[in-house]
Design a protein around this ligand. Sequence first.
Ligand code: CU
Length: 108
Amino acid sequence: MRFALALLAALVAPVPAALAQHDHAGPKPAAVKGAPLADGVVKKIDKAAGEVVIQHGQIDSIGMPPMTMAFGVADKAWLDRLKPGDKIRFVAEMKGSNAIVSRYELAK
Ligand SMILES: [Cu+2]
């Protein structure tokens, strides 16, 4: 746990510089492109519901602790590409009261 926290601190360290830059540029809407990627493992694909069940880690962008839950997807074609067991890194976004995957990449 102590190691994990140290690692997290190391990862977070570069952020102040980025924030300072952001201040100079003025207020900007949260850019999905620059959003941090959350880790997840695909558990289930539900094409009928248009959802993918993901066991995910902490998602700071939407303030969510680690859990397993269903997400909508920005592109339904992803439901054909993803399969249970896939490890992904993804950006989650709230669309109304639903969490959706707005972007993802396969993790190595
Ligand atoms: Cu969740």
